[in-house]
Write a protein that binds this ligand. Structure first.
Ligand code: AMP
Ligand code: MN
Ligand code: MN
Ligand code: MN
Length: 277
């Protein structure tokens, strides 16, 4: 089994339609795939149909944005019911915050840097269910203001830059609750990427478990073997199931294809085993 349980379509900040995404994922040898767009489940029906046609397993999912002591976190909801009213209510609140934050970023860029981006951001909000800073980073690249999206984050959008606007995301506990109400498994996404101390990460995982978290990502596309070892130990120490996923967004970024990540050690329970029960 190759389970890629972290994938983005154009319903959030991926570039492929759900059907094209799942065709690529299957071609890469993945046998179980989850669509996990940021704060939207809109692509799930199309992805489910394509996976059924291709004969691979499908897990309906979502990547929910949450806050924890000023830190922005992502919680995957795997195996959710995409028609859950409780989940819909939670996600539409988060998407409203997304729209408001992007508009605030636009104001700051115009005020501090005289960049004229307000109209483009309004267009982004009109045309995207779940607009993200990555969309804005691509816009800055297309205008020649950054050489690539990483540079756009470093120079314009990241913490401390002119286009940084903080957001008050719903707290971790409410994200976990919305996922569980929809019948899903809450899985802490890419714990190695949060810019917090080792002690804070231990406290985060303890709190995540205490509010109903069930798993954490351990093998993520592009991570170092050091981080993989660290996350393996944290999953063991907290009794969390382990998840695997590429966090694929864009076939134009060839070093992070679907289905490529480290293999889990056999003593860790794979989240996929719980999903198929
Ligand atoms: P948002 O959720 O609106 O803050 O947008 C963040 C998204 O941008 C993430 O989900 C990543 O896909 C992408 N992203 C964040 N930081 C970077 C970075 N430094 N370089 C490239 N992409 C990034
Ligand atoms: Mn993203
Ligand atoms: Mn994420
Ligand atoms: Mn992601």
């Amino acid at each position: 089994m190759i389970a890629d349980l972290h994938l983005h379509s154009y319903h959030s900040d991926g570039v492929l339609a759900p059907a094209a995404l799942m065709q690529l994922v299957a071609a890469q040898g993945v046998t179980l795939a989850a669509l996990t767009d940021h704060d939207t489940v809109r692509g799930c029906p199309e992805a489910a149909q394509t996976c059924a046609d291709l004969g691979i397993g499908f897990v309906p999912g979502v990547e929910v944005t949450a806050g924890w002591h000023g830190q922005e976190l992502h919680v995957l909801g795997l195996g959710i019911d995409p028609t859950s009213d409780a989940l819909h209510a939670h996600l539409s609140m988060v998407r409203q915050l997304r729209h408001a934050r992007l508009i605030e970023i636009g104001h700051r860029l115009e005020r501090k840097k005289q960049l004229v981006v307000g109209e483009a951001i309004e267009e982004l909000c009109r045309t995207h269910d779940s607009p993200t800073r990555l969309h804005l980073a691509r816009l800055l690249v297309s205008r020649g203001l950054a050489k690539d999206v990483a540079h756009a984050f470093d120079h314009w959008l990241g913490r401390g830059q002119a286009g940084y606007a903080p957001a008050e995301w719903p707290v971790l506990e409410s994200a976990v609750k919305a996922i569980r109400e929809a019948g899903g498994q809450p899985v802490l996404a890419h714990p190695h990427r949060y810019k917090i101390s080792a002690g804070a990460l231990r406290r985060l995982l303890a709190e995540f478990c205490s509010v109903g978290g069930l798993g954490m990502e351990v093998a993520v596309g592009g991570m170092s073997s050091n981080d993989f070892d660290r996350l393996t130990q944290l999953a063991r120490a907290n009794g969390l199931a382990a998840s695997t996923g590429s966090d694929f967004h864009d076939p134009g970024i060839p070093w992070n294809p679907p289905g490529r990540f480290a293999k889990l050690p056999p003593d860790l329970e794979h989240v996929a085993a719980r999903l198929q029960r």
